[in-house]
Design a protein around this ligand. Structure first.
Ligand code: DX5
Ligand code: ZN
Length: 215
């Protein structure tokens, strides 16, 4: 059974507590939190005040996905705001190894996110040090985009790399996950499914989360 991490990017920010409680009361495992800076990606989402508002009511771990340049500047701040898993983009980090060690030292689970064009082989020398690989199955920046089919191949390569390096890393799929592709992703080896639009645009979000989990 995959872990399900609904993406709060698609929540109703005027009713954030209601949507947090919906996830608390569902079978979801994590809250996926997308932080965008308008520089690394062509969109700005939200920052610390909103994250803290979510953290105040959330009863499940916060899986924070940083789509920002120089994420190393904010590691302690995200810890203080309540992050449990903290993922930085491979493409945004010159000193990725140092940043991963700092996330770990701050008491969080380090993750590395990769854009659709980034090859799995580039994770060869970091995979043993991280708890999560966030495989972007859309170009980051927006919710509700179309799933990129080449993702299956990436999950397979990543599975091989994780086995070969004896890594504990979980494979997370982020972008365009729906009730059609979820089971194939799990078959391919995905451990965590992020879903924004699929959950929040559905009539019964709690039931949709359950269906994703049963994929
Ligand atoms: C995209 C974000 C995703 C996004 C997923 O840049 O990283 O987490 O919220 O949304 P859906 O599931 O709607 O594609
Ligand atoms: Zn994300």
């Amino acid at each position: 059974m995959p872990l399900i991490a609904p993406s709060m990017l698609s929540a109703d920010f005027g009713n954030i507590q209601r949507d947090v409680e919906m996830i608390n009361n569902s079978v979801a495992d994590w809250f996926h939190i997308d932080i965008m800076d308008g520089v690394f990606v062509p969109n700005i989402s939200f920052g610390f005040p909103v994250l803290k508002a979510i953290a105040k009511h959330a009863k499940k771990p916060l899986d924070v996905h940083l789509m920002i340049v120089q994420p190393e500047r904010y590691i302690q701040a995200f810890k203080d705001a309540g992050a449990h898993v903290l993922s930085v983009h491979y493409e945004a980090c010159t000193h990725l190894h140092r940043t991963v060690q700092e996330i770990h030292a701050a008491g969080m689970m380090p993750g590395v996110a990769i854009n659709p064009h980034t090859n799995i082989s580039l994770l060869e020398d970091i995979i043993a040090d991280i708890d999560l690989v966030c495989v972007m199955s859309v170009n980051p920046g927006f919710g509700g985009q179309k799933f990129i089919e080449g993702t299956y191949q990436k999950v397979e390569s990543l599975n091989n790399l994780i086995a070969r390096k004896n890594s504990r890393a979980k494979i997370e799929i982020d972008g365009g996950v729906d009730l059609q592709n979820a089971s194939n992703l799990v078959k391919a080896g995905a451990d965590v499914l992020v879903a924004g639009n699929t959950v929040f645009a559905s009539k019964d979000p709690g039931a949709t989360i359950l269906k994703l989990q049963q994929s």
